[in-house]
Design a protein around this ligand. Structure first.
Ligand SMILES: Cc1cc2nc3c(=O)[nH]c(=O)nc-3n(C[C@H](O)[C@H](O)[C@H](O)COP(=O)(O)OP(=O)(O)OC[C@H]3O[C@@H](n4cnc5c(N)ncnc54)[C@H](O)[C@@H]3O)c2cc1C
Ligand code: SF4
Length: 273
């Protein structure tokens, strides 16, 4: 395997991008990712925050203590992973992390791996999705992505500008990907609108180093109150109001997440009111 360190985006020519490597390295080790060429993008992706624009190379540890960013994002970073992982893990890499579904991680030939079955739907799915779980029932693990969806963030890549919601797609029979990022496309910056109030609340099975069972971000942006959830659908999940939680389709062993999500949404809305 070769490791390239291009000095400009124009030099990019294939290969798997790696920033902090906290996701890429375990996936390579476990044989879930095959790469002949790794591209160290740390020299290409901006790092740091200026005037509401955050470099995608900024680490979660830097963001959790940055007073210039909205509290939902700070809190989502603070509650993610462990201090060591937050020191290495970048914002861009966090948005693109793969599912934690144990069947997928164990290499079962499930739908997300191109197969014809969702092993979690028929099998063990306590941590899985309560929305949009018909094809793949995985639960999106990123606290940070849910916070950014609630905040109405926009992304700049080396090819386009897009709302963060457009980065994600539900997998289906024709296309198993959960993001719209193209080969060779790098997330460079995240732009935040002016936000009046925001909060991120997270239920976890222990106090530290735990993915969201349910995470709820709420933000008051202009005249709008935006709500987005982590851990409830294969992608970060935006709801328009608390009533949208009546439209859940839980699996037999994910029903416990519904009252949890309802309670967190109620608390989050009260916090930004
Ligand atoms: C044990 C553990 C616990 C965790 N707990 C949580 C948690 O509770 N909440 C949470 O939100 N996250 C959690 N995470 C995820 C962690 O935050 C991410 O692994 C980390 O932020 C990824 O950043 P990285 O720079 O290391 O990414 P890398 O491993 O370098 O890359 C991750 C992915 O992004 C791609 N990539 C990286 N940068 C770019 C870019 N700029 N443009 C395009 N593609 C890019 C890579 O090709 C790869 O596909 C956990 C991870 C671990 C291992
Ligand atoms: S939930 Fe998705 S990732 Fe998990 S087994 Fe089903 S198809 Fe695969």
């Amino acid at each position: 395997m070769e490791l390239l360190r291009p000095s400009s985006v124009e030099e990019l020519d294939g290969g798997v991008p790696v920033h902090g490597g906290t996701e890429v390295v375990p996936l390579l080790r476990e044989g879930l990712l095959a790469a002949e060429t790794l591209v160290d993008v740390r020299g290409l992706v901006p790092r740091g925050t200026r005037d509401g624009v955050i470099g995608a190379g900024t680490t979660l540890a830097e963001l959790e203590v940055d007073p210039s960013i909205p509290s939902a994002l700070r809190e989502a970073c603070r509650l993610a992973a462990s201090p060591q992982l937050r020191n290495m893990g970048s914002l861009g890499g966090n948005l693109l992390q793969a599912t934690r579904c144990w069947y997928w991680r164990l290499g079962y030939p499930c739908r997300l791996h191109g197969g014809d079955r969702c092993h979690a739907r028929d099998g063990e799915h306590r941590e899985h999705a309560i929305f949009a779980n018909g094809f793949c029932a995985s639960a999106h693990p990123s606290d940070v992505a849910a916070a950014l969806v609630a905040l109405g963030a926009r992304l700049r890549t080396n090819r386009r500008e897009l709302a963060i919601e457009e980065l994600y797609r539900l997998p289906d029979e024709d296309d198993r990907r959960t993001t719209t990022l193209e080969d060779g496309e790098l997330i460079l910056e995240v732009e935040l609108p002016s936000v009046q109030a925001s909060v991120y609340l997270k239920a976890m099975d222990r106090r530290r180093w735990s993915f969201p069972q349910v995470g709820v971000a709420a933000a008051r942006v202009g005249s709008e109150t935006r709500i987005a959830l982590a851990g409830v659908a294969p992608i970060p999940w935006r709801i328009e109001s608390a009533e949208d939680l009546d439209k859940v389709t839980p699996l037999p062993r994910t029903e416990w997440k519904v009252p949890l999500a309802q309670a967190l949404v109620r608390r989050a809305l009260a916090a930004v009111d």
